[in-house]
Design a protein around this ligand. Structure first.
Ligand SMILES: Cc1cc2nc3c(=O)[nH]c(=O)nc-3n(C[C@H](O)[C@H](O)[C@H](O)COP(=O)(O)OP(=O)(O)OC[C@H]3O[C@@H](n4cnc5c(N)ncnc54)[C@H](O)[C@@H]3O)c2cc1C
Length: 296
């Protein structure tokens, strides 16, 4: 690994100032489970590392009036163990529990998973399904960005130089709402999604009054499957509605062939997992469905 400078701010304003000063050559360090690996294999060569793990306000994890506040430094392991998240935001457990091993999840943060901007990351589809907002702070002040507008391309986000993510806010779940995430990997643990689908639904009786669907690993960014959402919105939950949504999700996907799977296999997975994710989101909205993190 190349030599690099190391700075460890204790406050957010200090972090923003240091990031701005070293903007073109600096990189934020959180859990390091992506960044350190990338630095070791030469994929990223920052000259300065800004370690934000000493900034306590980035660790907020509580449900408030406007929803669940998830600080940038909240770790996957905290999400999968948190009683409020398990009870009220189980889709976050579905996704967080799949990241790496328990050792990885004890380091890996929610902002790191998002800011690394891998199209195959597991928590972005769940955050898209839940309609999360990303809170940032930079030299020009704070910003709030809808999660589905946060990603620009593989490894790229809308963050400007000197700007960092401070937290995510997930709206409080209302009655008759449910969400679910599932991915396909050849082995059960320590693997990256071939495809992953997260779905959120709001029911009005038998009708899907509203929905959001996020898909991993079939597009240059985590994909919000707006066409599939449109196929479901206002429709009774039925085999025909699922068929229309699955077809629309496949049509909107632009998968590539790589070591994890062919484009054709990925399209097939989008079809299958969209149906499953919506079906299990509906089951949760009705008060049943899989328990948090209980995905096949
Ligand atoms: C063995 C192994 C298995 C893995 N399995 C999975 C998996 O199954 N699913 C999955 O999705 N991921 C997986 N990962 C990837 C990784 O663990 C996650 O992406 C993790 O959440 C990254 O978080 P981190 O805190 O370690 O980020 P870091 O490595 O510290 O940072 C990642 C990137 O985000 C930036 N960043 C971090 N925090 C901020 C912030 N607050 N503001 C601005 N930029 C920021 C950093 O500068 C860096 O570019 C795996 C990694 C390993 C090593």
């Amino acid at each position: 690994m190349r030599r690099f400078g190391y700075l460890a701010p204790r406050t957010l304003p200090e972090a923003v100032q240091l990031l701005s000063e070293h903007a073109s050559v600096a990189r934020v360090l959180a859990g390091g489970t992506d960044l350190v690996v990338q630095m070791k294999d030469g994929a990223r060569r920052p000259e300065v590392i800004i370690d934000i793990t000493g900034i306590d306000e980035l660790r907020v994890l509580e449900e408030r009036e406007d929803g669940l506040h998830l600080g940038a430094l909240v770790r996957m392991g905290e999400i999968e163990d948190h009683p409020v998240i398990i009870a009220r935001y189980p889709v976050l457990v579905d996704a967080a529990r799949l990241v790496g091993s328990r050792q990885v999840r004890n380091l890996a943060t929610i902002a790191g998973n998002t800011c690394n901007a891998s199209p195959g990351a597991d928590t972005p589809p769940a955050l898209i399904a839940l309609g999360a907002r990303v809170y940032t702070l930079g030299p020009n002040g704070p910003r709030v960005i809808p999660i589905d507008q946060f990603f620009v391309g593989p490894g790229k986000t809308v963050l400007s130089p000197g700007e960092l993510v401070t937290k995510f806010v997930v709206p409080r779940p209302g009655p008759n709402e449910g969400a679910y995430y599932e991915r396909h990997t050849p082995r059960r643990e320590l693997d990256i999604a071939v495809v992953g689908v997260g779905a959120w639904v709001k029911l009005a009786g038998e009708v899907i009054a509203d929905t959001r669907i996020g898909i991993a690993a079939v597009y240059p960014t985590p994909l919000r499957a707006t066409e599939a959402e449109a196929a479901l919105r206002g429709q009774p939950f039925s085999a025909a509605a699922l068929e229309a949504a699955a077809q629309a999700a496949v049509a909107q996907s632009q998968p590539i062939s790589d070591v994890r799977g062919s484009a054709e296999f990925r399209r097939w997975l989008v079809d299958v997992l969209t149906r499953r994710a919506v079906t299990n989101a509906v089951a949760r909205a009705r008060g049943g469905g899989p328990r948090a993190g209980e995905t096949p």
